[in-house]
Design a protein around this ligand. Structure first.
Ligand code: AMP
Ligand code: ZN
Length: 112
């Protein structure tokens, strides 16, 4: 998508602090961290949110979780939270599928 912030970040057109990259997935630190470690994992191909995941594009989501499992181990994170906000009421501000990975502080439940 030509006017999508995270498509531009995945393409390297807008700078970011990279955590991980392969052919289909990109991960980078959040610009406004909500925990001592806070990064985002996104598919390089544009998907608007979890609501747009279908049997045809779902493979990348399994891969994203494999990447989260690998990268968190490499960073020495034993406990962390994975979050994806879908839609306005849930607080989604960027309409390109992303999974927040948050770690390094006590988390409350239920989330606010
Ligand atoms: P959400 O509000 O769930 O859609 O998450 C979007 C996240 O993207 C927020 O946590 C923002 O801080 C983060 N964000 C926005 N712009 C950038 C950027 N240029 N680089 C890194 N993270 C960003
Ligand atoms: Zn996009």
């Amino acid at each position: 998508m030509s006017d999508c912030l995270f498509c531009k970040i995945a393409a390297g057109e807008i700078p970011s602090n990279k955590v991980y990259e392969d052919e289909t997935v990109y991960a980078f630190y959040d610009i406004d961290p909500q925990a001592p470690t806070h990064f985002l994992v996104i598919p390089k191909a544009h998907i608007g949110s979890v609501a747009e995941i279908t049997p045809e594009n779902a493979t990348v989501v399994a891969h994203i979780f494999a990447v989260i499992s690998k990268v968190t181990k490499e960073l020495g994170l034993e406990s962390y939270r994975v979050v994806s906000n879908i839609g306005e009421q849930a607080g989604q501000s960027v309409h390109h599928l992303h999974f927040h990975v948050l770690a390094g502080r006590d988390m409350t439940w239920p989330p606010g």
